[in-house]
Design a protein around this ligand. Structure first.
Ligand SMILES: Cc1cc2nc3c(=O)[nH]c(=O)nc-3n(C[C@H](O)[C@H](O)[C@H](O)COP(=O)(O)OP(=O)(O)OC[C@H]3O[C@@H](n4cnc5c(N)ncnc54)[C@H](O)[C@@H]3O)c2cc1C
Length: 363
């Protein structure tokens, strides 16, 4: 038995079919821990990459409300594939927000048709390695406006499978650049993917850059202070991370609701978690349309983190020992929910989460 997708009415039938296929295959990619090439091909065939790209570059230019509905449906079907899509989307946003017209024309039409996979390595400018006091990836200016890149990017999803990585790097004067670096350049080594608590199939790993030279034509933004604030990609902890947490919560509450139909003791739990999930769907809608909302993006992220942990663990508790079998969806969802504790999580949200776990009122 399958719970209907939230927002089903607003999505084209091919997307609903895609979601069902993704859901059926989600346990297998988790178990096999291999790059979801097939799933990404299904996204291409269903035109998903086109949602994010303007018509001028061959996209379908979906609006924020449609993209939110699409992400909620995809993330309740297969979190790994949807997460990989978000990293492609993060690269896409940086390219779209750039003034580098030639790079836009080179990359965006191929991204729209799904023939070029791009990803990002930018968290070392926001949420990773911030306590070290020195940049992990340096960009030394060279002749003709180019740069020599030296160091590493600690987290890059699908790096080994990508054609282009949108990378952040820091100059000796502490200004920063973002550049679209082809993975074929000499000196770039993308590791194959670390074994993770969940989402291992996303093949997330570090990328080493040993004297990689890039020309000025590869630069998307900068050099400027705080480059992440300058083009349209936004900083860490954006609405997208909360959307995926809410999507996973929808999967878990759907499971509880379905089981509550013949186990009345589950009904109050299912109904409370459903209410909480719908409140966050409403908040996501308001914030993505810049409408008035009773919470800001950081509060939403914190509540989404709390909800995804509670709802997935409630689903696992309802599934009992059977849920603890590695192939059972509830056990996987509970593992996947842990990801939101660490993914693109701004320090105030991390602090708030830890205070909640310690049952400590916030400092
Ligand atoms: C599965 C996965 C996929 C990801 N994909 C991408 C991606 O595609 N692109 C991208 O840009 N980013 C990606 N990220 C990065 C992510 O968004 C976060 O930036 C990352 O999870 C932050 O963790 P960190 O270990 O790097 O944090 P850090 O803060 O660098 O922590 C590293 C280590 O230092 C310790 N530490 C932290 N603060 C201090 C301190 N003040 N003093 C002493 N020690 C300290 C920590 O305990 C930890 O052991 C991904 C992360 C994960 C887990």
């Amino acid at each position: 038995m399958h719970t209907p997708f939230l927002e089903a009415d607003s999505l084209p039938p091919e997307i609903l079919e895609l979601c069902l296929k993704l859901r059926d295959a989600s346990s297998e990619i988790d178990q096999r821990q291999i790059w979801p090439s097939e799933q990404l091909g299904w996204l291409r065939d269903a035109g998903v990459y086109r949602w994010f790209i303007p018509r001028a570059y061959g996209g379908d230019e979906w609006d924020e409300a449609q993209i939110l509905a699409g992400y909620l449906a995809l993330s309740q079907s297969c979190l790994t594939t949807t997460f990989v899509l978000t990293q492609w989307n993060a690269a896409c946003k940086r390219i779209l927000g750039s003034d580098n017209q030639a790079l836009k024309e080179e990359l965006l039409p191929a991204m729209a048709e799904g023939s070029l996979f791009a990803t990002v390595g930018i968290s070392h400018l926001t949420t990773s390695r911030q306590h070290l006091g020195k940049p992990v990836l340096l960009a030394e200016p060279v002749q003709d406006g180019g740069y020599l890149l030296q160091g590493f990017s600690p987290w890059v999803t699908g790096a080994h499978w990508a054609d282009v990585i949108v990378l952040g790097a820091t100059l000796p004067n502490a200004t920063q650049i973002i550049a679209a670096v082809p993975t074929s350049v000499e000196g770039l080594t993308a590791s194959p993917g670390a074994s993770l608590v969940a989402l291992s199939a996303s093949c997330t790993d570090s990328v080493e850059l040993d004297a990689v030279t890039i020309s000025e034509s590869r630069v998307l933004a900068g050099p400027v202070a705080n480059v992440m604030q300058t083009n349209s990609g936004g900083g860490a902890g954006g609405l997208q991370t909360s959307t995926l947490a809410v999507g996973l919560s929808l999967a878990a509450t759907g499971f509880l609701k379905e089981h509550a139909e013949h186990r009345p003791d589950l009904a109050p739990v299912a109904s409370k978690l459903e209410q909480d999930t719908h409140a966050l769907v409403t908040a996501l809608r308001c914030l993505s349309l810049s409408a008035a909302c009773d919470m800001n993006a950081a509060q939403l992220r914190q509540r989404a983190n709390s909800l995804v942990l509670r709802s997935t663990q409630a689903a696992l508790s309802a599934a009992k020992g059977a849920g603890f079998i590695a192939t059972h969806p509830t056990g996987r969802w509970a593992r996947e929910a842990l990801f939101f504790l660490v993914w693109s999580c701004p320090q105030p949200v991390v602090n708030a989460s830890m205070c909640e776990l310690a049952q400590l009122s916030e400092q």
